[in-house]
Ligand binder design. Structure first.
Ligand code: DNO
Length: 350
């Protein structure tokens, strides 16, 4: 297992220099943030990113993410052009020697919360999701007021997108995902890049939009769309965890045992209702994810890929990008590594 940390590029207040001081972290997860959605990622820019990371004494292990253009998810004719660009980006990643690509296939919205700073009894602030609160969100003014991932759509753009998705139910979305994977996976295979789809977060439909990467059955369906080792997943405990029927350690054993988990996102959540949860500190005792059992399952499958602590709470007065401060994620990295070392006896860094 390689312990990694997400870095949002030159503007991230959590600098590479700070990340390097977290004892167990040797790898970086990052992206190009100045390439428009749909455009091909230029080789020089990927190489420059890699060199910057290496200049700080770390390695660029994962690209998270190259966004998939909505025309691909919608199955519009323009998808031909966007998929060509996507294939070029994958080839360029391969040329630059970056082995894992995390992406998602969620219509319009990436991860979504209804509160970005829920005050906890210990004074920390955390991210939370309540289905009733989601239903009260008014999208008629665009995504500006939406807590969570900052999708920048004006009201007009968003309305047009939501209208277009009325013709795309879950089955159509599966067809469009299959179309995409049939094209990109062979390129990934040739380029030495592993595709790692991120589960939908939360793992159910929001705003009437379909969401399909939600449980083991659907992940198996995804893996069989194109049966290649390059078609794998990012196993995110925090995204799959809100559904209590998702047996997380069992899923790691079964899906990871087939060599199809290419990236591990470890995060804990506390379920407070059928579709209500909040994010907690990483330790198993803090929430509903049995993190020790998850790590043990990774260990049993001989997992050698990148792992990262996922969202952290805001603690010790830190202010910053929701979920992506330094302190709680650094504690998470240490805790996860401790579990790993405890169940593997491995003592080398990375
Ligand atoms: C949230 C992240 C997601 C993830 C994308 C991958 O914090 O885990 O935004 O990066 O879904 O495409």
């Amino acid at each position: 297992m390689k312990m990694t940390f997400r870095w949002y590029g030159a503007d991230d207040p959590v600098t590479l220099q700070k990340i390097r001081q977290i004892p167990v972290v040797a790898g970086i997860v990052s992206a190009l943030y100045d390439v428009p959605v749909g455009a091909a990622w230029p080789l020089e820019k990927i190489v420059a990113l890699k060199e910057r990371v290496e200049g700080a004494g770390l390695r660029l292990e994962v690209i998270e993410s190259i966004p998939v253009h909505e025309d691909i998810k919608l199955g519009r004719p323009e998808r031909e052009r966007w998929v060509d660009h996507y294939m070029q980006s994958i080839e360029n990643m391969g040329r630059a020697g970056i082995p894992v690509l995390c992406y998602n296939f969620m219509p319009v919205f990436d991860w979504t919360r209804t509160d970005l700073s829920l005050r906890m009894a210990d004074g920390s602030d955390t991210l939370s999701y309540r289905d009733a609160a989601l239903r009260e969100i008014d999208l008629s003014r665009g995504t500006g007021e939406l807590p969570g991932w900052a999708a920048a759509y004006t009201a007009g753009e968003l309305n047009r997108l939501l209208e277009a998705y009325k013709a795309v139910d879950g089955e159509r979305l599966w067809d469009n995902l299959a179309w995409f994977l049939e094209r990109v996976v062979p390129v990934a295979e040739k380029s030495g890049v592993k595709m790692a789809i991120h589960p939908d977060d939360p793992p159910w439909s929001i705003f009437g939009l379909p969401r399909i990467i939600t449980n083991e059955e659907n992940i198996n369906r995804l893996l069989s769309l194109v049966d290649s080792p390059a078609n794998g997943i990012t196993f995110c405990t925090g995204s799959l965890g809100p559904l209590p029927e998702n047996d997380l350690p069992g899923m790691v054993r079964r899906i990871g045992g087939r060599g199809r988990i290419h990236f591990a996102h470890c995060r804990n959540i506390r379920r407070v209702g059928a579709r209500d949860f909040y994010e907690t500190a990483h330790p198993g005792a803090a929430g509903d994810v049995d993190m020790a059992a998850v790590l043990k399952a990774y260990r049993e499958t001989g997992f050698r890929g990148p792992m990262r602590p996922d969202h952290g709470r805001m603690i010790w007065g830190e202010a910053g990008r929701p979920g992506y401060g330094l302190y709680d994620r650094a504690l998470g990295a240490m805790y996860l590594y401790g579990l790993w070392e405890g169940c593997s006896g491995e003592r080398k860094k990375g």
